[in-house]
Design a protein around this ligand. Structure first.
Ligand code: ADP
Ligand code: ADP
Length: 245
């Protein structure tokens, strides 16, 4: 069924603070964007730098407040949720970022990093934490022994596997991947994309996959939304968009 529904989403960032009764000029980062994502589906959002892709991701996670429009998860408008309900709905959606290193705390071990989202909800015993870490590492194709190491010892691809393991910790239905393979070598990109496809097969995960790289999108997407200057200018099945005329 329909997991995520986005209706007329709009985000204007104020430029400066304005003064007296002067109108504040704005950046129209996202303008009247609508789409939906089914369970188990990959919707790609493509477009050149600055077209509003990351802002859409931040709006989905409610990391920024929309200027207008709605985001519904399983039919529930996240704007109406109280803090604890918002936390519960955020469990359903997790994010994977471009540069996992910048979002991984260098003082924590891999095991601590990937189990932290769960520990924000419930206290785990040492034994429980280790079992969870081992399970998550296996899911992303890493040896459980890696849980004791620090991310600085890992390659770019391994760090992105950690980022994905962390996103899986709360058993989400949807992962928002914002340029998740863009910083990686092409061969490592392919490994990570295949991992995401395998996880989708096994767990029925849905993805909102944000990328500027059409080659990557063609490999992983079911449907593609093309953004230009804050708007979706085309939304089509992947085969239709990449069909040779
Ligand atoms: P993309 O992810 O496609 O590169 P972004 O969503 O990052 O696009 O940015 C869309 C537009 O909004 C750009 O013009 C960008 O400069 C602007 N923008 C993004 N974040 C902010 C912000 N916090 N304040 C002001 N403008 C912003
Ligand atoms: P990306 O291209 O990866 O989206 P950006 O350079 O657009 O990276 O954004 C990096 C950060 O800077 C984001 O947190 C975004 O909100 C902020 N940002 C982007 N553009 C602006 C802007 N014009 N004014 C203020 N903050 C901005």
């Amino acid at each position: 069924g329909q997991l995520l529904k986005v209706e007329n989403l709009t985000k204007h960032y104020p430029l400066g603070t304005g003064f007296l009764n002067k109108t504040v000029p704005v950046v129209r980062a996202v303008e009247d964007v609508s789409f939906s994502v089914e369970a188990g589906e990959t919707l790609c959002i493509v477009g050149e730098s600055g077209c509003g892709k990351s802002t859409v991701a931040r709006l989905l996670m409610r990391l920024v407040e929309p200027t207008g429009g709605r985001v519904l998860i399983d039919g529930t408008d996240i704007a109406g949720l109280k803090t604890h309900e918002l936390r519960a709905s955020r469990r359903r959606m997790q994010m994977v970022f471009q540069d996992p290193y910048s979002s991984l705390n260098p003082r924590l071990t891999a095991g601590q990093i990937i189990t932290e989202p769960v520990e924000n909800f419930e206290r785990l015993s040492r034994k429980q934490r280790q079992a969870l870490a081992a399970d998550l590492l296996r899911k992303v194709g890493m040896r459980p022994g890696m849980m004791h190491r620090f991310p600085s010892e890992f390659s770019g691809g391994q760090r992105q596997r950690l980022g994905i393991a962390r996103a899986l910790a709360l058993q989400p239905s949807l992962i928002i991947a914002d340029e998740a393979v863009s910083a990686l070598d092409v061969s490592v990109q392919a490994q990570i994309l295949n991992l995401l496809l395998d996880l989708q097969q096994e767990m029925g995960l849905a993805f909102v996959f944000i990328s500027h790289d059409l080659g990557v999108v063609e490999h992983i997407g079911h449907r593609v939304a093309v953004m230009y200057l804050g708007r979706i200018v085309e939304l089509a099945p992947c085969e239709a968009l990449f069909a040779n005329p």
